[in-house]
Design a protein around this ligand. Structure first.
Ligand code: GLA
Length: 386
């Protein structure tokens, strides 16, 4: 990591003629709890070792000059005359965060920024949150303002909701700000409290990237959110003043199933059963009951596939392959859906065999290459030595 930070600092010095600080913010993988975050529910992600690095140094004026090494593109923005809307590209995440930090009352100074990442982009591993949080950390550092993890996560989420136009929840930004090495985080997305959940050394989190991303994923994501909101509106008539699907138990929902259109009922069923599965998975991991944790993960995948309808044949294939391997406790799609990655909870000794079976089986079935790697949960955002 320090070599990458040094490379970034050299690039920065070459472009801007002085030395930067370097902020790091990780991508994430979610063990369980999909689409529950914007329903005030529970999620259990871990921060990845893959991260976005932002090199930054303050400027005496209020201009932001940003260069992305990945895109090989530069952009500028004047904080004193912000645009109404973004350009519809990567710079929206950077400038959206800057504008929302200012809107929250934090007065920024101008800054030069150089950005680099090794989070696979568009793979459901939260490259967007890693970009937002690393820029937020860099801009706050440049302005000599404190980095408050949870506040920053909410500001980055607002940038994505209101400037980028993706109505995401807070999970990705939260864990990118707050992740804890060697642990997953059980996040209560209503209270925004979290608990660290240790990943025992005899199990690993194996990630398989399907390398497919279906079109319209953003629109489908927002549509799922609307279906949940519609469910809450309809259920309120029967259950009283509930705020979110978090307030509904599986039994209550089942009792009211005839009051809801069938599709809305299935969308809601995914959320209320998923919340219960997250808590069960946390309990099971804490008790080293990997069989029970894996069972919850497998059930989560079925629920995403059949009720929430956010999986696709390629990720179903990877999950199915993983579930055939001895030593794999459970496997499911991770992230927003419509492609992206799977996560499997697996005995350490079975990693090599499972990787082989996933790689070969996926190629035979789809003609595609799946990238396979073991997740080593990392810490959340921080400055790193150059
Ligand atoms: C995306 C969003 C998150 C969350 C997941 C699904 O990653 O950014 O807020 O809703 O999808 O669990």
């Amino acid at each position: 990591m320090s070599v990458q930070a040094r490379d970034l600092a050299v690039e920065f010095a070459y472009r801007f003629g002085r030395l930067p600080t370097v902020s790091r913010a990780p991508g994430r993988v979610n063990l369980i709890g999909e689409h529950t975050d914007y329903n005030d529910g529970f999620v259990m992600p871990a921060a990845l070792e893959f991260a976005t690095l932002t090199a930054a140094a303050p400027r005496p004026d209020r201009r932001l000059r940003v260069y992305s090494m990945i895109m090989d593109e530069a952009r500028e923005l004047d904080l004193d005359s912000p645009p109404e809307a973004g350009d519809g590209d990567w710079s929206d995440y950077v400038f959206g965060v800057a504008l929302m930090l200012e809107e929250s009352g934090r007065r920024l100074c101008g800054a030069d920024l150089v950005i680099w990442t090794d989070v696979p982009i568009g793979s459901g591993l939260s490259s967007s949150a890693a970009l937002e949080v690393s820029c937020a950390h860099a801009l706050l550092t440049a302005a000599d303002l404190p980095f408050e993890a949870i506040e920053t996560a909410k500001i980055c989420q607002r940038a994505e909701n209101d400037f980028v136009g993706m109505r995401c929840g807070v999970m990705d930004q939260y864990v990118s700000c707050r992740g804890f090495a060697g642990h997953a985080l059980l996040i209560d997305c209503r209270s925004l409290a979290s608990r660290n959940v240790a990943i025992a050394p005899n199990v690993k989190l194996l990630i398989a990237n399907s390398s497919v991303r279906h079109q319209h994923a953003g629109g489908e994501y927002n549509a799922r959110r609307e279906a949940c909101e519609e469910g809450v509106r309809l259920l309120r008539r029967h259950l009283g003043p509930i705020k979110a699907l978090r307030d509904v138990t599986p039994d209550q929902l089942y009792a009211k199933r005839r009051k809801l259109p069938e599709l809305i009922y299935r969308r809601c069923r995914h959320i209320v059963t998923e919340n219960a599965r997250v808590l069960e998975a946390e309990r099971a991991l804490g008790a080293s009951d990997f069989v029970a944790c894996g069972r919850a993960m497998n059930a989560s995948h079925v629920s995403m596939r059949d009720d929430f309808e956010i999986t696709c044949p390629e990720v179903d294939m990877l999950v199915g392959l993983a579930q055939t391997v001895r030593g794999v406790y459970g496997s499911r799609m991770t992230g927003g859906g419509f492609g992206g990655c799977t996560i499997s909870l697996i005995e350490t000794s079975a990693v090599d065999k499972a990787s082989q079976i996933l790689t070969d089986g996926y190629r035979i079935a789809t003609g595609l290459d799946a990238d396979i790697f073991v997740c080593a949960p990392s810490d959340g955002a921080s400055l790193i030595p150059v």
